[in-house]
Design a protein around this ligand. Structure first.
Ligand SMILES: *[C@@H]1O[C@H](CO)[C@@H](O)[C@H](O)[C@H]1NC(C)=O
Ligand SMILES: *[C@@H]1O[C@H](CO)[C@@H](O)[C@H](O)[C@H]1NC(C)=O
Ligand SMILES: *[C@@H]1O[C@H](CO)[C@@H](O)[C@H](O)[C@H]1NC(C)=O
Ligand SMILES: [Zn+2]
Length: 392
């Protein structure tokens, strides 16, 4: 079950205006209120379905959604690491993975209430808003729901972006299901037919006012680059290197989730992740993105040691040797991942937030059968579909 509302907390802290601003993006909390450390492996958590959960620990289990202790710990860790963000993007998916009929509206509202209370308690004074703190108050966050369009969302998005461009505003687009493919399954496209292209066209048309795109849904750490196709369909090989006909216009960050829950999506092997909380650094005046830093909890380790610990997973600029996280820099990251085995390996490990640290080797990279373990084929599939979008 999906949470309908999107929440953004905006706080007054601010600080010196010339300093870069920070914001957290937390997502996929997926609270399982009935999680308990039980010696009976079928009684640990309803979110594991019919799977046996041996050795469950106090901070959670890779087969289960988040216990309260994990979510509580993630919010407190955010407060310790970056206590004064300008805002927090909290983009939902808060319910356990259980059949809808086992949840019901009252339970959903209760979960949202508990989580809201926790965040407000820890980040004192937070409130809802959708204006960003720019010098002129000019920034905007645009929220798009899933890629279905009963309410003419595409037209609305076009209008917002057109208005923003007239007013000289910059915009962040925040959405749930990203266009393109899920990097861990063959042919898994979330959006309805035609919406991939439609979304891409909007971004191509209004790229210059889009300062960032933040999506999620995969629970994994990934990003996509959207290109200006200049009317030309790229050959697969062109996607591997920057092409003047295919200029990068906007990077989309697909942020990992707090829940470690191993996906049950058919065809995905070993699709769990460690809990992660990413924080972004941005220029308050222009909204241009400076960096992304992801912190994580090594779930197996904290369970074994019995103490909570959040540690640095990686800082994007340092991990990939780029000056910032602008579209151009993210393109440089993609080039590096495409051309350098070390960078590809880093990406591969970060993708599951160090849950799975196997080797993504050169042979597997081009092997269609290894697609599900090596995350790389979407790029080719995308090209075959004639879309100028690189998915990693
Ligand atoms: C939440 O985390 C804080 C900080 O670690 C801790 O002091 C508190 O006891 C935790 N509360 C619950 C209910 O786990
Ligand atoms: C765009 O601007 C026009 C004119 O000010 C306004 O009527 C319209 O509501 C705006 N559209 C959106 C989606 O903000
Ligand atoms: C996480 O903890 C496990 C178990 O202690 C350990 O084997 C693994 O190397 C750790 N991973 C990271 C990235 O620290
Ligand atoms: Zn989710």
């Amino acid at each position: 079950m999906r949470l309908l509302a999107w929440q953004i907390f905006l706080a007054h802290w601010g600080g010196a205006r010339a300093e870069p601003g920070k914001f957290w993006h937390i997502t996929h909390l997926h609270l399982d209120p009935h999680y308990k450390v039980s010696k009976y492996p079928f009684q640990v958590c309803p979110s594991a379905g019919f799977q046996s959960v041996p050795n469950a620990g106090p901070w959670g289990d890779y087969l289960c959604d988040s216990p309260w202790a994990l979510i509580n710990s993630s919010i407190y860790a955010m407060k310790e690491i970056e206590p004064e963000p300008d805002f927090i993007l909290w983009t939902g998916d808060d319910m356990p993975h259980v059949p809808d009929e086992k949840l019901g509206e009252a339970a959903v509202l209760e979960i949202v209430e508990c989580l809201t209370q926790l965040i407000r308690e820890v980040f004192l004074g937070a409130f809802y808003s959708e204006k960003l703190p720019g010098p002129s108050g000019a920034g905007q966050i645009v929220l798009t729901a899933d890629m279905v369009d009963p309410g003419q969302q595409f037209q609305w998005l076009e209008d917002v972006l057109t208005n923003a461009s007239k007013a000289g505003d910059m915009v962040y687009i925040v959405g749930n299901m990203p266009p393109g493919f899920f990097e861990k399954t063959q042919n898994k496209v979330w959006s309805q037919e035609g919406f991939n292209e439609k979304y891409l066209k909007v971004v191509q048309k209004h790229g210059c006012v889009i300062a960032g795109q933040f999506f999620r849904h995969h629970h994994t750490d990934s990003f996509q680059m959207l290109y200006d196709d200049a009317g030309q369909l790229p050959a697969p090989s062109l996607l591997l290197s920057p092409d003047p006909l295919c200029a990068p216009i906007s990077a989309m960050f697909i942020t990992p989730g707090v829940t470690p829950w191993k996906t049950t999506l058919p065809g995905v092997i070993n699709g769990a992740n460690n809990p992660a909380i990413p924080v972004f650094e941005y220029d308050r005046a222009t909204l241009s993105l400076k960096d992304m830093v992801t912190y994580f909890m090594n779930l197996s380790q904290v369970n074994a040691q019995g103490m909570r610990r959040w540690e640095l997973q990686y800082q994007l600029t340092k991990a990939y040797w780029v000056p910032d996280t602008s579209a151009h820099s993210v393109q440089a990251v993609l080039d590096r991942i495409a051309g350098d085995q070390g960078a590809l390996q880093h990406y591969y490990v970060y993708n599951s937030v160090s849950y799975y640290a196997g080797v993504c080797d050169e042979a597997a990279r081009v092997d269609v059968d290894a697609y599900t373990t090596c995350l790389y084929l979407p790029l080719l599939l995308m090209a075959l579909l004639g879309l100028c979008t690189l998915v990693l």
